[in-house]
Structures are given as C-alpha cells and as structure tokens.
Write a protein that binds this ligand. Structure first.
Ligand SMILES: [Zn+2]
Length: 210
C-alpha cells in the first residue's frame, strides 16, 4: 500500500530521541510528499545533513488512499490510520511531522478564522508561498507525550515549493530540543510563528506549541 520507510540512527547525543516524518496520509498526497521526503532521506543517508535524534522518514503512508480527514475517528479505523497509529505507538516519537498536500480550492477553508467553529481545530498559518503549518489532529495528539513536538505541514499542489519545504524540514532534523526548534522556526518566520503559536494556545491550554 505504500513505499519505503527509512530509519537513521544516531549514536551518542540524541540517541533514542525519535523524529518521525510521515507524508501522504490520504488521497493523492504522495505525489507531493514523496519527492520531498525521499530527498530528505537521501540527504540523511549521505550525511550531507546534520541531524539530531533518530530520523524515521515515511514518504508515503498510503498510495491513492480514500480521502477521509485525519480529524475524524474513522480515519484511524482505516488501514492507513491504523498503520499510522501503530507506528506512533511503536516509535514513541518526541518530534512528529505530518506532511500533507492540498489543492488551491482548500486554501481558504484551511486558513479560515472560522475553522475553530467548522472543524473544531485552529486554522493553519501560511509561512510562505502557500506552505501552511498548524497543530495535528487532536485524536492523534493524545498518543504523544505532552512535551512532544507535533506539527502538520500542508504543501500547495499548484506551486513548486520543494526547496522551501526542505529548508523547514532540515531545521526540524537539526534541532536538539523543542525550544531550539521553535527558535529556529521563529528566526525563519517571526510573524507567522507568533500567529501560529497564539492560535495553538487558544486551542490547547495544557500543552505548549506544538
Ligand atoms: Zn491531507
């Protein structure tokens, strides 16, 4: 149903701290997520990249999957969702990055201030060129420790943003702590991160962004 999963182990500092990157959660999302995450895995393999922790990269969770939202319980009963849950339960990631892609027609829905009312979750914030970030599904968030760092990244289908997304994901791989990662993202996108963190805090009162 899906492609390869890559695991790069670190020995010494960062050993055992898992950073899990997963793409292509439903529909045709693998078309966008696979090339980006395959490239990230190649960079890890070639050690071009300095990374902290054990990197686990799954470029495509499901090929041409049914499009059921990850906000719905139903998703986690389907094959793709069950696989995702079992990987999260097995890996216990301290950092989790869920990479989706979306069509132009979904941009207003994903970033709408009304997303709280309509879908029960905060809107995404645009970092640049249609690249959006936000919290992960509250259903899945329960599987993680409170101090885990869990981020959704949405990639536009209509625009070439591969290099920019890779720059963000490389920062995620390099960071040695959740604070270091937040600082790196704030350096790259100060205003956008301020907004994203504020929205997160309005929704989750017991955990820190993200
Ligand atoms: Zn999606």
């Amino acid at each position: 149903m899906c492609g390869a999963i890559y695991r790069f182990k670190r020995f010494g500092r960062g050993e055992g701290i898992v950073k899990f990157f997963v793409g292509g959660l439903h529909g045709e999302e693998c078309e966008q997520t696979r090339p980006i995450l395959e490239r990230l895995a190649r960079e890890c393999a070639a050690s071009h990249l300095s990374f902290f922790g054990d990197a686990v990269i799954l470029p495509c969770l499901v090929e041409r999957g049914q499009h059921v939202s990850v906000l719905r319980e139903e998703y986690y009963r389907m094959e793709a969702g069950r696989r995702l849950l079992s990987l999260v339960r097995f890996l216990h990631p301290r950092f989790y990055f869920e990479i989706h892609s979306y069509g132009m027609h979904s941009l207003s829905r994903l970033t709408s201030a009304k997303r709280f009312e309509i879908e029960g979750v905060p809107p995404f914030v645009e970092l640049e060129r249609g690249i959006l970030i936000g919290s992960i599904s509250p259903i899945l968030r329960k599987e993680f420790r409170r101090d885990a760092f869990c981020l959704t990244v949405e990639i536009p289908k209509w625009r070439g943003v591969k290099e920019r997304v890779l720059a963000i994901l490389r920062a995620c791989l390099a960071a040695e702590s959740r604070d270091a990662l937040l600082k790196a993202l704030r350096r790259m996108y100060p205003e956008q991160m301020r907004k994203a963190e504020e929205l997160f805090r309005m929704f989750y009162t017991e955990i820190e962004p993200f």
